[in-house]
Design a protein around this ligand. Structure first.
Ligand SMILES: N[C@@H](CCC(=O)N[C@@H](CS)C(=O)NCC(=O)O)C(=O)O
Length: 237
């Protein structure tokens, strides 16, 4: 059985890591059987999760490589209909979404003081003893430094969320009234965009980015559409 190594579900989200959720959305959508193995970045050869171990014992890291591995085995690859131009466009959209929204999602939890207030107690529940007392603060210090290099600071949430809000607006315009980002048909790009949007729209506490994204009716409907296709049988824990 294929093993998907990733974080446990959190806050009613299938995964608090959008990269893990992207891979799980893909495997579920494709109806590829797998089992999840609770893990963390330290256990990954790349020091990032998710990673998978295939039936024949091969380890694959990186969400995009994992999807490419399984797509190569499919009789009907999801992106086979795309021209070089559309593939290039999909690459640019995905790269921007993953880079920008990864830091926005990180900021919602670790940087935004309101987010940190609710994130910390729940994070500590998953860390026993001394680990729970020190580790969140060590990780936060490191992340705050990385976020400040991107112009995001705890004392200015408006500026910190501005680039995320701008990208959400761009995505809403790009989607328009199409069902999926590249048209009528779902593609691997949608696995990524859905996972990143769901980590903003479906997270249980509000903030400037969450409320802005939730007001975009087409993006909310898009998330519901993919949820129906891939996560219909999933129970919120
Ligand atoms: N390019 C990688 C990125 C994966 C990634 O950044 N995962 C995060 C969790 S959302 C992680 O493991 N971070 C740990 C770290 O950067 O130390 C992918 O697509 O899988």
């Amino acid at each position: 059985m294929i093993q998907l190594h990733q974080f446990r579900p959190f806050w009613g989200l299938p995964n608090a890591s959008p990269f893990c959720m992207k891979v799980e959305t893909y495997l579920r959508y494709r109806k590829i059987e797998f089992k999840t193995v609770p893990s963390n970045p330290r256990q990954s050869p790349s020091k990032k999760i998710p990673f998978i171990i295939t039936d024949d014992g091969q380890t694959i890291t990186d969400s995009e490589q994992i999807i490419a591995h399984f797509e190569a085995l499919q009789p009907d690859p999801m992106d086979a209909d795309l021209s070089h131009e559309k593939k290039a466009l999909a690459y640019l959209i995905r790269s921007k979404v993953e880079e920008e929204l990864y830091w926005q999602i990180t900021y919602m939890r670790w940087g935004d003081p309101q987010g940190w207030k609710v994130f910390l107690p729940d994070l500590k529940k998953h860390m026993q003893g001394l680990k729970g007392k020190v580790l969140p603060w060590i990780i936060r210090r490191m992340l705050l430094k990385q976020m400040s290099q991107r112009g995001m600071t705890s004392n200015d949430t408006t500026t910190s969320y501005a680039s995320g809000i701008q990208l959400i607006e761009v995505l809403a315009h790009l989607l328009g009234d199409k069902p999926y980002f590249l048209g009528e048909k779902i593609h691997t790009l949608d696995m990524s965009i859905y996972a990143f949007l769901a980590n903003i729209i479906d997270q249980p506490y509000t903030n400037l980015l969450h409320s802005y994204a939730n007001n975009m009716d087409n993006l909310s409907a898009y998330c519901q559409r993919i949820k129906q296709l891939a996560w219909n049988d999933w129970q919120v824990l």
